[in-house]
Design a protein around this ligand. Sequence first.
Ligand code: NAD
Length: 354
Amino acid sequence: MSTKRKVTLIRGDGIGPELVEVVKSVVAGIGVKIDWEEVDAGEDALAKFGTPLPESVLESVRRTKVALKGPITTPIGTGFRSINVALRKELNLYACLRPCKSFKGVRSRYENIDLVIVRENTEDLYAGVEYPNNSSEAQQIISWNKGKIFPDANISIKPISKTGTRRIAKFAFEHAVKHGRKKVTAITKANIMKFTDGLFYEVCREVAKDYPSIAYDERLIDNMCMQLVMKPEDYDVLLLPNLYGDILSDLCAGLIGGLGIAPGANIGDDTVLFEAVHGSAPKYKGLNKVNPTALLLSAAMMLDYLGEKEPARKLETAIAQVIAEGKNVTYDLGGKAGTREMGQAIVAKYATVA
Ligand code: NAD
């Protein structure tokens, strides 16, 4: 790159800040110059600025159009809503792309896994349309559905639209074509949710007709969980609405040896936010213990996106070689190295990659 490319760096909370530090030093260590614009979101931002998602974070990503993000905690039940979901919605990052590939040297029951998850990122039960029981909206819905809903229920709404499904289905098929993939499998629970998940299938089938070179099939989510555990080699690109995509991402990370090595990207029409699949693992915060690979692989995806194809390829190779050797890896891969030490080993290995 002739000029330094500006990238927003969202530090996150929990294990986020220490992972982000390692990514910065690895990217510098391999000689790629990035002008990181560092911003805070999550618990640390809440403490500093009184809001977990300061407007300055959104302003920065809207301007730079590329971001790398550490994980952010979402308190269960109470507290702020998910900042991760808010970021994806605010920035219209409608496609979540999660490659899931086996690494040699990782203890796993499976070898040669090569799946790609394409998860819709803005709709479904994650749309944030929820009503507590004491709201007039919840009471209205309960009275329309007398006998079907207990009077003391809270309500979540699951919107699935033609517009949202069409753009994610197109994204999945375009990805398949560009990356030499053979098949797209759409996954829902349409036997039960006929209108919402049924519509997801209907639109996917329509879009599939425009891509005759890519095979298309459908599975129900419960069956899919079993299929992936029994014969993951039968699958290629997995296309899912938001909630199923979230859950299946962790299942697929489990197939390749855990969350420590599963990267991802949230993609919109002109903005991309790269992040690991895993969360903020608060119990490991500040211990220099967790695996930096997932965020480093996300950074490699980012370098590739920025046109730094060769450093991206070499970084992935260096990571794979360090993992295969097994000497400088973190606890989850059976080693004793700390987060920083694994990062340093990857930089040293990079220098030897052809
Ligand atoms: P988690 O992914 O944070 O951690 C679950 C377990 O996975 C950890 O206890 C650890 O054993 C392992 N793990 C995760 N990352 C690892 C790494 N880099 N190296 C080694 N092992 C690793 O899931 P959780 O505990 O369910 O969630 C914690 C918080 O993170 C929650 O508030 C959740 O909402 C949030 N979260 C955020 C994101 C995001 O920022 N995109 C994603 C998922 C969860």
